[in-house]
Design a protein around this ligand. Sequence first.
Ligand code: F6P
Length: 499
Amino acid sequence: MTSNLWQTIKTLPQKPLVEIFDSDKNRMDRFGLEHADIYFDLSKTHLDDAAIRAFSELADEVGLAKKREALLAGEPVNISEGRAAEHCAERGTGDAASVENARALHQRMKSLIEVIEAGALGDFTQIIHLGIGGSALGPKLLHQALRVGDEKYELAVVSNIDGAALEPVLERFDADKTLLVVASKTFTTAETLLNAQSVLDWMQEEGVTDPQGRVVALTANPEQAVQWGVDETRILPFSETVGGRYSLWSSIGFAVALALGYEVFDDLLAGAQAMDQHFQAAPWDQNIPVLAAFADQYYAQVRKCETRAVFAYDERLGLLPDYLQQLEMESNGKSVTLDGTLLSMPSSPIVWGGVGTDAQHAVFQLLHQGTHLVPVEFLAVVEPGDSLHPAHHNGLLLNCFAQSAALMAGKKSDDSDRNYPGDRPSMTILLDDLDARSLGALLAFYEHRTFVNAVLLNINPFDQFGVELGKQMANKLAADDGSRLDVSTELLKKRAFGA
Ligand code: F6P
């Protein structure tokens, strides 16, 4: 933490939220922001004008504008891997050649959807999408959030190597009606390839004549997919510069585009582009992802919050905390700066969460009265996702709003067990409606916020070397080459597999 501005930020007066509101009657004008039919209420955070000014100066000092420009121009911002991070080009914002390339690849994806729709590859009504991490979380989230229930295709997304994840799908599905989609940026991921092989075996056992003829591969490594046996005409490539956890905008979205309709995918991209444009143009004090990152840094560095909790008050967004865990923790869970020196401040908070109102009856005790200060993020949608009595949706929204008010206001009592300290911060994100456009904008908001956090921390959010060691150890443990790991691990292995 070298900049003097961090010291300024740390020594700003720490007024309680209720006081901040009392002393600033126009707070909602500046901290209630709207874009792409989403209302972002940052007013219940401790950010005030002085904090915004100091963070804005810090943003200037660390060169946020230049770094944003470099990201969007397709410069090699992922320096440890020597490449660009071009997820925005997938939705039309970025280097012209990359945008053109993404468009051409989307067109190829659309054409394959048309071929499948015409029945040229078989008579499919079921899709198994295999992938893990970024090759599964995005598609799964999109499908759960946007499906209406009467779609022609039933889609199952399977990620885990645990056979208990795949087996029930194979029991339920009809091999003859199943299209297999294998999603892997590298096309080398053990879990995905084993699951894919098991689905092919199942098809074979069920009497399908040409199982490989029913495979579509989504990858940035088409040569590897060809080697694995997929015909080139059924490989949908995407650019190496699109990171795994940023890849749902690429051909990784294929199964969702097929299941929900290509226009849904197009709308998703348009929504994301609307957020890209806002991120690109808005001044810091009105830039929603930037302000959210200022709040993140305030809580991480000044208030020493180690976690952030996200609660979706909408069942359709129930997978959002999982998706954000990968996006934020795999991006910013780092200990070294861009210069290779040790980071002297906390990096990504631990992101956790769940759905409201369920979580209220499980974990909110700690949020209201626990010793940890946890900034909370509430998400809700004005239009209901169900057609039951309005009491359901009204109750859902009212609970959401009441929780943020209760966290902030607290309630004093002489009985210490019944005392609510209050002054607990939250942000509320209220979507007018949950559709492909608003979801695209929401996810792009999170991507940009993650990027701004990385810039403020001076770290690279686009690599993930931390995941490699465990994979290498698993291979070493699997290899019967006489090499040994530690005694504890070897004994565990022996107990499970015998000598
Ligand atoms: O192990 C982590 C990771 O590399 C993620 O970054 C990625 O999203 C996931 O594995 C899947 O990788 P792939 O798409 O190459 O199969």
